[in-house]
Each structure stands twice: as structure tokens, then as C-alpha cells.
Design a protein around this ligand. Structure first.
Ligand code: HEC
Length: 152
């Protein structure tokens, strides 16, 4: 009789352990989902909060050029839209996407590779010198948002 009680108690403890493990896995999965959902809407596009920066003169010129040529897809303050990714994003830190990547993107366009938006068409109406100013704008905004060069 006593032995059976002990056995029952042990089985109960085992069930509790299994329950705890299952609860832990479910909780972990939900937490991971919540993180993904915060950044991504159902189309997979990403937008970010951008802290404004005190811009240099060159970056201000770049801002106007960005507004005219890039904002439609990359969004206000390069925060992203449903048509293009945020450029104020760690993926585009200077160590991962150098200035040359920006010149190249504007001159020749970009094949879809990082995101689900499709290709970026070349923006050949924008001169290389103008891209230089846009880069200043993006880099100053990136820095104000804690995005700095990392080596890969
Ligand atoms: C018609 C929409 C559109 C316009 C306009 C546009 N872009 Fe893009 N851009 C995209 C998309 C979409 C991507 C992401 C491609 C990928 O990685 O999947 C992209 C990617 C980029 C990249 C990353 C390149 C790389 O090597 O991964 C840079 C830099 C960039 N754009 C800069 C610009 C600048 C600067 C302008 C304005 C002169 C601009 N874009 C205008 C849609 C656009």
C-alpha cells in the first residue's frame, strides 16, 4: 500500500516535469514569434524607428536627393516601406555595405538578395557625386542610431 503511494507520487512528479518542459518550449516559441512579429508585417517588410540626426551641410543636400529619388521605396528617414528595406539597419553598416555598395546599387540596381521586396531598379538619374551626398546623409543617420562599422 505504502509502496503504491510512493509510486503514484513519483509518477505525478514525472508528469509535472514533462508539463514544465512543454510549457517552457511553448513559452520560448511564443516569445520568438513575438520578436519576429514586432519587426515584420505579414508581407515580410520591415520598418524601423529612426532617431533624427543633426546633419552636416553635405548630408542635408543628400537628404533632399534621398527624398526625391529613394524615399518612395526606402521610406522617410530611410526607415523602410512595403517596397524597400530600411537603410538605417545594421545590415547596411559601413563594414557590411561599404560606400561602394551604395554607388553600385544606384548605378546598376540591386538583385533581390536580403529581403522579400524584389529587385531595386538602377537610379541612373542620380549622379555619382549626388550619391556621395546621399551616402553622407545615410551614414550620419546610421551613426545617430548607433549603427557603426563592424568587420565581418
Ligand atoms: C523602386 C524601389 C527602390 C528605389 C526607388 C530605390 N531602392 Fe534601393 N533598394 C530597393 C530594394 C527592394 C532593395 C533590396 C534588395 C535586396 O537586397 O533584396 C534595395 C537595396 C538598396 C541598397 C543595398 C544594396 C546592396 O548591396 O545590398 C542600397 C545601398 C540602396 N538600395 C540604396 C538606394 C538609394 C541610394 C536610392 C536612391 C538613389 C534607392 N536605393 C532607391 C528598392 C529601391
Amino acid at each position: 500500500m505504502k509502496k503504491r503511494n510512493r509510486l503514484r507520487a513519483m509518477k505525478k512528479r514525472q508528469r509535472m516535469m514533462v508539463l514544465a518542459v512543454v510549457a517552457w518550449i511553448v513559452f520560448g516559441a511564443l516569445a520568438a514569434l513575438a520578436i519576429v512579429a514586432r519587426e515584420t508585417d505579414e508581407s515580410g517588410s520591415v520598418t524601423v524607428q529612426v532617431t533624427p540626426a543633426a546633419l552636416s551641410r553635405e548630408a542635408e543636400a543628400g537628404e533632399a536627393l534621398f527624398e526625391a529619388n529613394c524615399r518612395a521605396c526606402h521610406g522617410p528617414s530611410a526607415a523602410g516601406t512595403a517596397l524597400g528595406p530600411p537603410l538605417i539597419h545594421d545590415i547596411y553598416n559601413p563594414g557590411h555595405h561599404s560606400d561602394e555598395a551604395f554607388y553600385l546599387a544606384v548605378a546598376t540596381g540591386v538583385r533581390q538578395h536580403h529581403w522579400p521586396y524584389g529587385d531595386m531598379p538602377a537610379q541612373s538619374q542620380v549622379s555619382r557625386a549626388e550619391v556621395g551626398q546621399i551616402i553622407r546623409y545615410i551614414r550620419e543617420l546610421q551613426e545617430a542610431n548607433g549603427i557603426v562599422a563592424k568587420s565581418y
